[in-house]
Design a protein around this ligand. Structure first.
Ligand SMILES: Nc1ncnc2c1ncn2[C@@H]1O[C@H](COP(=O)(O)OP(=O)(O)O)[C@@H](O)[C@H]1O
Ligand SMILES: [Mg+2]
Length: 233
């Protein structure tokens, strides 16, 4: 994941309105290949789920979650993919994809709406997003509730791949629970930034979860731009 630095602010100011509907080309071959390699094993078989974790904020969990989901959705039109935004503290889906923040996961966990009403379509027919939803006072209590595994199970019944974008593992102990609700976990680190001790601490917190591998992200590519392109406007 290399090339031009691109911040979320620049993405938000990008004029994407004149882009055509339908399947988008991948502008960065390396990124396409990288995300494709990450979903190996999810391309067939029964419904499965994956959590993308990292030790602290800003290491690329959300970017990676969306990148993997887009790669699967684009390459495998028969696989239905959903990305669940569980970082209720730093919700970005609604802003980045320019849709209403609620209803979303928090509203589903509070039993205000069924999960089907909180899903957002994208330009890819087989990719949906479940945003964080209404701002609530006590996110940790909701993520720890027995409703959370029920929601993941419900999504597994309607989708083939459930990608869970999580909060930072070192600051939110709920992530260890989320990581055990899914089949596999990918841990993201930032090249040259994440200290080894921090990585080890994160791995210790995730003990009991099935950590499939560590993704080294260097946050110097235009990956977020291609992620941005899938929004249905
Ligand atoms: N490979 C990358 N290239 C460029 N920018 C990146 C890359 N990975 C992450 N970013 C940017 O870094 C910031 C943090 O990434 P994000 O995925 O939101 O991290 P997290 O979810 O772990 O907090 C965002 O502005 C995102 O667009
Ligand atoms: Mg995030």
């Amino acid at each position: 994941m290399t090339t031009t630095p691109l911040t979320r602010d620049r993405i938000a100011s990008t004029d994407h309105r004149d882009r055509g509907e339908g399947r988008q080309a991948w502008p960065i071959p390396d990124a396409e290949e990288l995300f494709r390699s990450l979903y190996t094993g999810f391309d067939s078989g029964p419904a499965t789920s994956l959590a993308v974790c990292s030790s602290v904020n800003g290491e690329g969990k959300t970017t990676t979650s969306l990148g993997i989901a887009i790669a699967i959705a684009q390459d495998l039109p028969d696989r239905r993919v959903v990305v669940v935004e569980t970082d209720l503290w730093r919700a970005v889906f609604a802003k980045d994809f320019e849709f209403s923040p609620s209803p979303g996961l928090a509203d589903v966990l509070l039993d205000r709406v069924p999960v089907s009403s909180a899903l957002r379509p994208t330009r890819l027919d087989n990719l949906t997003l479940l945003p964080a939803g209404s701002h609530i006072a006590n996110p940790q209590r909701l993520l720890r509730s027995s409703r959370m595994p029920e929601v993941i199970d419900a999504l597994r019944r309607t989708h083939d791949v459930v990608v869970v974008d999580t909060p930072a593992v070192l600051t939110h102990s709920e992530v260890a629970l989320l990581a055990r609700m899914v089949e596999e976990v990918i841990l993201v680190v930032r090249f040259g930034v994440t200290p080894a001790r921090q990585l080890n601490d994160a791995l210790a917190r995730l003990r009991g979860a099935n950590v499939r591998g560590i993704l080294v992200n260097d946050t110097k590519s235009s990956v977020p731009e291609l992620v941005r392109q899938i929004a249905r406007l």
